[in-house]
Design a protein around this ligand. Structure first.
Ligand SMILES: NC(=O)c1ccc[n+]([C@@H]2O[C@H](COP(=O)([O-])OP(=O)(O)OC[C@H]3O[C@@H](n4cnc5c(N)ncnc54)[C@H](OP(=O)(O)O)[C@@H]3O)[C@@H](O)[C@H]2O)c1
Length: 221
């Protein structure tokens, strides 16, 4: 069953922010609050999203704190490096809410992380937002995958990690709604593995020329 929730997409003008916003708008199940550092491109995105589903409410908000205050769920679709600053801005108003961490904390040469092996972007965000429920999602899917959730005839798996069952189920519903096969992989620490999975996928994509359209699929009986 779907529920009507308001979702703030912080970084809505970026590759992932646009892909996630477009996919959520198509479901018609959510009200969307679009926020970015610079808001010039957001009016065009807003009108294109409203064409997908006439019932989808889309608003542009130029302040991360205000957008998070209005939202039930907050998606940080920004570079990992922006999250510390953003977390400080939204900490108070994100209390008790789900905050989705999509970040892969890549270094500048795309061959490693700026985080240490004993943590993950999601765990670092949870430390910065102790009164929110951080859930890892969408980090193992490329932005291009959102328009092609079935690749080579197989529905792309999308992995989720977190420490709270109800929040995991809410995010799994959201992930399924946009067309991926949601797999709850484990607690928030599993984000370390999920972030490494996408590091591997990026490296393989560059080596074998996947053109940023590739995804994970567990084959099983
Ligand atoms: N691209 C992918 O396929 C992919 C896949 C999985 C996960 N991810 C993760 O998704 C995140 C976003 O990646 P992306 O490729 O979408 O990056 P991107 O295209 O560079 O977009 C980044 C977005 O973040 C915004 N932003 C930056 N600093 C901000 C701040 N302080 N406050 C508010 N907004 C801010 C930018 O806004 P302005 O443009 O207005 O400055 C832009 O909208 C990263 O953490 C990445 O690791 C990406």
């Amino acid at each position: 069953m779907t529920t009507s929730k308001t979702i703030a997409i912080i970084g809505a003008s970026g590759s992932m922010g646009t892909a996630i916003s477009s996919s959520l708008a198509k479901t018609g199940n959510y009200s969307l609050l679009l926020m970015s550092d610079q808001t010039e491109s957001l009016p065009e995105l807003k009108s294109s999203l409203e064409q997908y589903h006439s019932n989808t409410q889309v608003h542009i908000i130029d302040c991360a704190k205000e957008a998070s205050w209005e939202a039930d769920i907050i998606i940080l679709a920004t570079p990992f490096q922006a999250e510390k600053d953003l977390a400080e801005k939204i900490r108070e108003v994100a209390t008790g809410k789900i905050v989705i961490s999509i970040a892969n904390p890549l270094n500048s040469t795309f061959d490693g992380f700026v985080t240490t092996p004993d943590t993950s972007a999601a765990e670092e965000l949870q430390k910065l937002l102790p009164n929110s429920t951080v859930i890892k999602a969408f980090n193992t899917t490329f932005a291009a995958d959102f328009a092609h959730t079935v690749i080579d005839g197989k529905q792309v798996d999308s992995f989720i990690a977190g420490d709270q069952e109800t929040a995991l189920n809410t995010v799994a519903e959201l992930v399924a709604g946009v067309g991926f096969n949601p797999i709850i992989a484990g607690d928030l620490k599993v984000s370390r593995t999920l972030e490494n999975m996408q590091l591997l996928m990026i490296q393989l994509g560059m080596k074998y020329n996947y053109n940023w359209l590739a995804g994970w699929k567990i084959l099983h009986n």
